[in-house]
Design a protein around this ligand. Structure first.
Ligand code: PA5
Length: 480
């Protein structure tokens, strides 16, 4: 369905219900109106920070403009995607972190859940894989199911220096070379505009590789609406313009300093206040298999952005909220016991869907007519069941004094997914501003990267290697 008119967009608007965060429903375990009111100055400051710095590359805030400034890039991506869909059997993303979680999330959200197993004439596009690890078994097994010569590899790395992605590239380019294939024919790079090793590799290949630019002011985890996510989505035949339009729609809904009129600011205030009140764990629980990987994507965004040890004024701090991914209803039978009766250290965000793509009636079945425990299900739909379980879990948590709120998606489509991504990105930027930290760096990730370089003998990391070697010797008594 096309979502173009004002009415169509309004019908697809995401809503947020945070009643279960409030004292009216939770007693002294909830927030009072006065507590929310007291957050106003902080919220307004955070809003002003984001507003004033929109689009600034030096602050890594270029992502705010992605819904608006990619007209030509989108046209180019759609043309490339058409070629890829016509000429290749497989499309493989090589990347990690912000370069992989977005493409995975969109694939999971908007494609058939068994897409790769569908016949080609139903799929209409290539099989799709995102390789975001360096587990040798995984690489070996991928090579068992794809023919690299008939595969388009999208190498996504801003720096081109990420060991995982570059290891994958080394393996794949060697295979292509040995098969006598022109590497540039089977490879697309998504990378920094001017710097970075993929640029150098392209030069070595005579400047023949198709390249997409990850703009300067867009960090990995904020890059899904850039070519990082748009090309894979277009190759899957998805409507990337609708995704960007959904993001712009959410952006528009968030143009007020008044949190009551700004959904992202509302969520940021709720989470920040929750953190201030000892809720150090944020559970993201979609009730939709299509949104299972949205929780993964959100976890990186929230964890890497807010987990920091120094404020913007240089003062030591240890802030952040541990995001936990959970899936409704599956994890009702795994984690919800803990959420309901364990420590009061969590806030649960549900993502609910008003209308699923399929309803699936529950039939009479066989042999169950006289078993009331089972027969009550007959005549309902699976959609009704999952929605009832969602509501029931939110209610049970509320009854137990556990804070939770729900983000409602009218349905899962490109437009609502674009809204949801932008909601989370803005929420993260506001929350980081309220915590007074640099939301957009990731020194903790860099530290691990550097230690890996040292362990594998990279030139220039001798001092780091010496530091690692000088760690105390392992004590036998601490091994069992
Ligand atoms: O969000 C981030 O910045 C990181 O997760 C990066 O995306 C990740 O480390 C990969 O980096 P690069 O794109 O340079 O390969």
């Amino acid at each position: 369905m096309s979502i173009k008119t004002r009415e169509q967009k309004a019908a697809m608007r995401i809503r947020i219900d945070y009643n279960n965060m409030m004292e009216k429903f939770l007693g002294d375990k909830g927030f009072s109106d006065a507590q929310l009111k007291a957050m106003r100055p902080e919220a307004e400051k955070a809003y002003a920070f984001v507003k004033e710095n929109r689009g600034r590359d030096d602050l890594f805030m270029g992502w705010t403009e992605l819904p608006y400034n990619q007209k030509e890039i989108v046209a180019d991506i759609l043309a490339t995607a058409r070629d890829v869909r016509k000429n290749f059997d497989n499309f493989v993303v090589l990347g990690i972190g912000g370069s992989a979680l977005g493409p995975l999330m969109v694939f999971n959200a908007l494609c058939h859940l068994h897409y790769n197993e569908l016949p080609k004439k139903v799929r209409k596009g290539p099989k799709f894989y995102v390789e975001d690890n360096v587990d040798p078994v995984r690489m070996h097994d991928l090579l068992d199911v794809i023919d690299p010569t008939k595969t388009c590899f999208n190498v996504i790395s801003k720096s081109g220096a990420t060991s995982e992605t570059m290891t994958q590239y080394l393996i794949i380019s060697e295979i292509l070379k040995n098969a006598g294939v022109d590497i540039a024919k089977n490879v697309i790079f998504t990378t920094d505009g001017a710097r970075g090793n993929l640029i150098k590799i392209d030069k070595a290949l005579g400047g023949t590789v198709k390249k997409y630019v990850l703009p300067d002011g867009v960090g990995g985890r904020f890059s899904e609406l850039s070519p990082v996510g748009l090309l894979p989505a277009a190759v899957l035949g998805l409507d990337i313009r609708a995704m960007l339009s959904g993001a712009a729609y959410m952006d528009n809904m968030c143009r007020s300093k008044d949190m009551a009129k700004n959904p992202a600011l509302t969520c940021a205030v709720l989470q920040t206040l929750a953190m201030q009140n000892g809720k150090n764990i944020g559970v993201m629980m979609p009730y939709s298999d299509n949104l299972k990987l949205m929780a993964d994507w959100y976890c990186q965004l929230w964890a890497e952005s807010l987990g920091k040890n120094v404020t913007n004024d240089g003062k030591p701090c240890n802030v952040g909220q541990t995001p936990v991914k959970s899936l409704g209803v599956t994890d009702q039978h795994s984690q919800v016991q803990l959420y309901t009766e364990g420590p009061y250290d969590k806030v649960v965000t549900f993502i609910s869907v008003d209308s699923y793509q399929e309803k699936m009636e529950i039939p009479q079945g066989f042999g169950c007519d006289d078993i009331p425990d089972v027969s009550f299900l007959t005549g309902h739909t699976m959609e009704e069941l999952i929605q009832a379980e969602n509501k029931a879990t939110a209610y049970a948590l509320m009854q137990a004094g556990r804070q939770n709120y729900t983000i409602y998606l009218p349905e899962v489509n490109e437009f609502t997914l674009g809204q949801l991504m932008f909601l989370f990105e803005l929420q993260t930027a506001y929350a980081g501003a309220m915590l007074n930290i640099d939301t957009f760096n990731q020194p903790g990730v860099e530290a691990g990267k550097k230690a890996t370089f040292a362990l594998l003998g990279k030139k220039g990391y001798e001092a780091k290697k010496a530091e690692l070697d000088s760690a105390p010797a392992l004590e036998e008594k601490y091994t069992v």
